[in-house]
Design a protein around this ligand. Structure first.
Ligand code: RP5
Length: 195
């Protein structure tokens, strides 16, 4: 597994390899089956999607992280989607840029909820390409599409937590604390302005 991950980042940046080692180490230590999968089309998406992974970790969730492409590795993407539910995954987060068909392709192969994050790729149409490719699903196969880029990556994590929290009172409490902290931060900024 780790070998595959390293191969997929070969030629990529050294920090991506370190990211995988850190992820793998956490998986080994926690020994828990991941409930959330964070899938992205390329290692060039990692920089943004790390904020999704970090947000999940803040809720105590260690996700399964994969690089799979609807276009470049269609068979592996299909195999992942078809096996995700049996592997214990409850929510799939799928992020891609350009003609971002990853979320839709995964959604077509699983009945798990799929959250899509359109990314702004280095080349392309500034994210609009990915947004439309992710959001415009035909009726019957939904993808819950987030905002583009980092805000969407973070919100994907929060939405995944909200879904899991339907059957997990500890997570629900963590969500309530998260919302309260968020509110406090804005209130403090507002007060600081009027001082
Ligand atoms: C998409 O194409 C990926 O999700 C990425 O955002 C974009 C460019 O990929 P690379 O050429 O950087 O691998 O499939």
């Amino acid at each position: 597994m780790i070998g595959l991950r390293l191969r997929s980042t070969a030629g990529g940046k050294a920090e991506h390899v370190l990211f995988y080692f850190a992820w793998w180490e956490r998986q080994m230590v926690s020994g828990k089956k991941p409930l959330v999968a964070v899938v992205m089309g390329s290692d060039s998406d990692l920089g943004v999607m790390e904020s999704c992974v970090e947000q999940l970790r803040q809720f105590g969730i260690e996700p399964l992280v994969r690089i799979l492409s609807a276009h470049r590795t269609p068979a592996a993407a299909c195999e992942f989607a078809e096996g995700a539910e049996a592997a214990g995954i409850k929510v799939v987060i799928a992020a891609a840029g350009m003609a971002a068909h990853l979320a839709g392709a995964l959604a077509s192969r699983t009945m798990l909820p799929v959250i899509g994050v359109p990314l702004v790729a280095e080349t392309g149409l500034g994210g609009l390409d990915a947004l439309l490719s992710t959001v415009q699903m035909p009726p019957g196969v939904p993808v819950a599409t987030m905002a583009m880029g980092k805000p969407g990556a973070k919100n994907a994590a929060v939405l995944a937590v909200q879904i899991l929290a339907l059957h997990d009172s500890d997570l629900r409490q963590k969500l309530a604390d998260f919302r309260r902290k968020q509110e406090q931060t804005v209130r403090q900024k507002d007060e600081a302005l009027s001082r």
